[in-house]
Design a protein around this ligand. Structure first.
Ligand SMILES: Cc1ncc(COP(=O)(O)O)c(C=O)c1O
Length: 385
């Protein structure tokens, strides 16, 4: 194993307080490895919230299992635990607890339910690096946790994924899978990612983000950059080279980012607090997780508004960095929902949130001025409750 990747894995595991960490090309690849290592296959069911990224559902379909969606509760956007038990059947093989936007799930309640059925939980921490529940890091409650370090995530290595676990048997299975089946990324992919990371570091600021994202989507379609998702990933059909390893370029970047992780987390917390205050001062409902048990580290700051589409159009023109996940229960919107076993109406709260939620930046390049500008902009629209 490459020493840089080993070092990155080791540092990541230590930061989270897990025994082992395994790095992959993307977060979705980390989930795929986990499902395979947990023997999830044809005929099995995997429960997850109906408010997620479709790239998170693909690995479930790739292994031949059926995704079963639980609606969310409106304050934290996480799985509504009261609806979980009724979704469990004799076919349920795994439950994915996704810590949406960084709000930690009610892990005690979830573990009480799954424990009585002996079903393993894996935690989707792709939006929640550093979030804590009852003083303990998200990702360390279940059998395993997985993370993403794609462009929009708590920290970025361009693309990237990680599994953490303290379960020795599971760790051995992941290791053996990786050894036998995982491929390295191509030289071209690694070269392009390196260039993209350089451009990102030099040029991407809140005011340039909307423009950069549009350009990036266009170049991805043309095959001129390494996109987060290829066109074929918008259908549940696995590409031959899907199960890919992380590159040294990403691992280097990850080690650098981990060196600054405490500042990153403190900044996110401070910015979220600032948004709370600025929004409350404008009589706009601030984000709403009032649990003492939760210490969220948010990836973006969600706000519900009534005129989401209009706000997004105007934000792009005004150079305001306004995010829009999730735009449908299985983001992004072009996805044919039926091929992912989702029917409209299945998760009404998730569908409502998709129509209302926009999100404001918290990343290290966003500052007090960004927050003031974002709040000024967003409070020009009507709040949705
Ligand atoms: C909640 C969630 N889980 C998993 C993923 C997949 O991560 P990646 O893009 O690194 O494959 C995403 C992607 O955006 C996500 O939002």
């Amino acid at each position: 194993m490459n020493k840089t990747i080993e070092k990155y894995q080791h540092k990541f595991a230590r930061f989270l307080g897990a025994e082992r960490a395994f790095a992959f090309w993307k977060g979705r690849v980390a989930l795929y490895a986990l499902l395979r290592a947990l023997d999830v296959g044809r005929g099995d069911e995997v429960i997850l919230p109906g408010y997620t990224c479709v790239m998170n559902v693909n690995p479930i379909k790739y292994v031949g299992a059926r995704p079963v969606y639980v609606d969310i509760e409106p304050d934290t956007f996480n799985m509504n635990v009261n609806l979980l038990e009724e979704k469990i059947t004799s076919k349920t093989k795994v439950i994915i607890a996704q810590h949406t936007y960084g709000y930690p799930c009610e892990m005690d309640a979830i573990m009480n339910i799954t424990g009585s059925h002996c079903i393993p939980i894996i935690e989707d921490c792709c939006l929640a690096l550093g979030s804590k529940y009852k003083g303990r890091m998200a990702g360390t409650f279940g059998r395993a946790g997985y993370f993403s370090s794609q462009w929009n995530k708590p920290y970025t290595t361009g693309l990237g994924g990680m599994v953490i676990t303290s379960d020795r048997e599971l760790a051995e299975r992941i290791e053996s899978l990786a050894e036998n089946e995982m491929r390295p990324p191509s030289g071209r992919e690694v070269f392009m990612l390196r260039v993209q990371l350089m451009i990102y570091r030099l040029l991407i600021y809140p005011r340039t983000t909307a423009l950069a994202q549009n350009l990036f989507r266009y170049l991805t379609k043309k095959g001129a950059v390494v996109g987060s998702s290829s066109t074929s990933e918008f259908e549940p059909v696995k590409e031959d080279d899907f199960f890919k390893a992380i590159s040294t370029v990403q691992a280097h970047s990850g080690i650098r980012q981990l060196g600054k992780i405490e500042q990153n987390i403190a900044h996110r917390r401070k910015m979220a607090q600032l948004y709370d205050e600025l929004l409350a001062a404008k009589d706009f409902k601030p984000s709403n997780d009032s649990r003492d048990s939760a210490e969220p580290v948010l990836v973006r700051y969600p706000v519900r508004i009534a005129e989401k589409d209009e706000a997004l159009t105007q934000a792009a023109k005004a150079g305001v960095e306004l995010g829009s996940w999730f735009e449908c229960p299985l983001h992004p919107i072009e996805t044919p929902l039926a091929s992912y076993d989702y029917k409209l109406g299945m998760c009404p709260e998730a569908e409502k949130a998709s129509r209302e939620v926009v999100n404001l930046p918290l990343h290290p390049r966003a500052n007090e001025k960004t927050a003031q500008k974002s709040v000024e902009f967003i409070t020009g629209f009507s709040k949705a409750d």
